[in-house]
Design a protein around this ligand. Structure first.
Ligand SMILES: [Zn+2]
Ligand SMILES: [Zn+2]
Length: 334
């Protein structure tokens, strides 16, 4: 099969690879579309110790079952593979399973990803594609589930409904925009500010999201003002903006993984009882709920997604790296 293989820092090669083998309890999916995630970019930059080259990246995948239980069915994959038997897995928090692994990772266990013609996946991770979801757009379900999970974790900690809360979203990438869309279209939140240093990216967000789309130094970003702050970037500077902007008793939701440490105003967090929530992936329930949201087109137009061919994947990664890609998400078509 053809695959886009991550071969070293900032290196991707489109080449011939062995087809995945049929394993008991798994199916082989003929991949139709596969989204480029921020975490694939971390790997590309050589900064992810769970993704070591050579490796086929990609975990936001739609396709058709080629071999296995549901052969011929159009599907969307939940790429988070868990043990199914531990305390977390049996109590609805399978995303925290100690044995979790995502497609397109090879530490601690190898799982080749979806930037390829075929991928193998356990049967329990396969969801039939709802008829109203376009196979091309379907990979957006994965990052949408991340945003939904994050918003609902934060919602539980708020002392008032989200629709009466003020939210700041830091970062206008896919997770930032999707977090904003979940807040606006699902949670009915009316006061949203989204910040990003890239003006073109902001312009793109403002077409689809009812929010103030501004640069990070805008006067719209008022100190001690927001009930909920999403840091979808996870850098020192964005965490500092988050703690400054959050209101006493407010919630910071930390989704980004760009920088793992750095100074943070713990004094304010303590004196003002700020809740800090780290969040990763989603539960199976979140994933199912996301498919329902997308099937009913509740997030509105997804025309902010850009499509490129898998064989041109190297160029797509480079455009994201260079900041010349304005759309918050590129999906590669196989
Ligand atoms: Zn992802
Ligand atoms: Zn488990």
């Amino acid at each position: 099969m053809h695959a886009l293989v991550y071969t070293g820092t900032q290196e991707l090669v489109y080449r011939e690879e062995k087809n995945p083998k049929v394993i008991n309890g798994e199916s082989i999916v003929k991949v139709f579309a596969s989204g480029i995630c921020g975490s694939d970019m971390h790997a590309y930059h050589g900064k992810d110790n769970r993704r070591i080259p050579p490796l086929i990246l990609g975990h936001e995948i739609s396709g058709t079952i080629d071999k296995g239980k549901f052969a011929g069915k159009k599907v969307i994959l939940n790429p988070l593979i868990t043990c199914g038997t531990c305390d977390y897995c049996t109590n609805g928090r399978e995303h925290l399973c100690g044995k979790r692994i995502i497609l397109g990772m090879n530490k601690p266990i190898e799982r080749q990803g979806g930037f390829a013609e075929y991928v193998s996946i356990p049967n329990q991770n396969i969801y039939e594609l709802p008829k109203t979801i376009d196979m091309k757009e379907a990979p957006i379900a994965e990052p949408t589930a991340v945003a939904l999970h994050a918003a609902e974790l934060g919602e539980k900690e708020l002392s008032k409904p989200l629709k009466n809360s003020k939210a700041l979203v830091i970062g206008g990438g896919a997770i930032g925009l999707l977090s904003g869309l979940i807040l606006s279209k699902i949670k009915d939140c009316k006061e949203i500010v989204i910040v990003d240093p890239n003006e073109k990216r902001l312009g793109e967000c403002s077409k689809y999201l009812d929010a103030d789309s501004v640069k990070p130094d805008s006067k719209c970003v008022i100190d001690d003002h927001f009930d909920m702050v999403f840091d979808t970037v996870g850098m020192e500077v964005t965490r500092q903006q988050a703690i400054k902007a959050v209101k006493p008793g407010g919630v910071i939701i930390h989704i980004g993984l760009t920088q793992s440490s750095g100074p943070f105003d713990f004094r304010k967090a303590t004196l003002q009882e700020v809740t800090f929530i780290g969040t990763y992936c989603y539960t199976n329930k979140d994933f199912e709920k996301t498919l329902k949201i997308l099937a009913k087109k509740k997030l509105g137009s997804l025309n902010w997604i850009e499509y490129q061919k898998l064989k041109d994947g190297f160029a797509a990664f480079k455009q994201i790296h260079d900041g010349t890609c304005i759309s918050p998400k590129i999906i590669l078509l196989i």
